[in-house]
Design a protein around this ligand. Structure first.
Ligand code: FMN
Length: 200
């Protein structure tokens, strides 16, 4: 079985730096050959502020936009979330996209690549809590990119060499855990793994 990893880009604003970071992750990951990697740009999946009449852990969504987002997320075994830090946390658009679905996240692995003036670590701290709540297993290795030292004039991405090794370690962990959790999911298909029961 070929593992599939989604690289979720969590910023959507005009002139954002995110696409350069996400593209670097995708290009580096795609050279490995031990999994398939795909970019999931939130800009391509616009969602309203959460408008689910029933919390996503309790039932299927009546909304086409949520069903489309769930279908986009569902096929992956693991995720790399590429996130900037905004005012000490993750972007609202990223949290909103995460909150729209539930079952699609459970028992999968996730790793984080952050960027910001200070490397974006505070966004990742928040994301670790959110992802754990959803049953996503977060790998410890992370990549923190500085918009001060890894970008020229805050706009042209020129990552320092050390980040390549950090990304490799993150992906090593992520792929190992994604494979282990894929086995778990197929062995326990249909069972309630301790998360809130969901019928979709
Ligand atoms: C609303 C806003 C708040 C920000 N707050 C922080 C912050 O708290 N910490 C930080 O390191 N950088 C912060 N920055 C700098 C961003 O991390 C940097 O501009 C980055 O390029 C934003 O990602 P984007 O270009 O993909 O939107 C902030 C930027 C914006 C637009």
């Amino acid at each position: 079985m070929t593992l599939r990893i989604g690289i979720i880009l969590g910023s959507t604003r005009p002139h954002r730096n995110g696409p350069q970071v996400a593209r670097w992750v995708l290009d580096s990951a795609s050279r490995r050959g031990d999994a398939e990697f795909e970019l999931i740009d939130l800009h391509d999946h616009p969602l309203p502020h959460l408008d689910e009449p029933v919390a996503p852990m309790h039932g299927p969504s009546p909304h086409a936009h949520t069903r489309a987002w769930a279908a986009r997320i569902a096929p992956f075994d693991g995720y790399v979330i590429v996130t900037p830090e905004y005012n000490g946390g993750m972007p609202g658009v990223l949290k909103n996209a995460i909150d729209h679905v539930f079952a699609e996240w459970a028992d999968k692995a996730v790793g984080f690549v952050s960027y910001g003036a200070g490397g974006g670590g505070r966004a990742v701290t928040q994301l670790r809590t959110v992802c754990a709540t959803l049953g996503l297993a977060d790998v410890s290795r992370a990549v923190e990119i500085s918009v001060l030292t890894d970008f020229e004039n805050y706009t042209a991405f020129t990552p320092r060499e050390q980040h390549a090794a950090a990304l490799t370690m993150l992906l090593d962990q992520l792929i190992a855990w994604s494979g282990a959790l894929a086995s778990l999911r197929s062995a326990t298909e249909g069972a309630d793994h301790g998360h809130v029961a969901v019928a979709r």
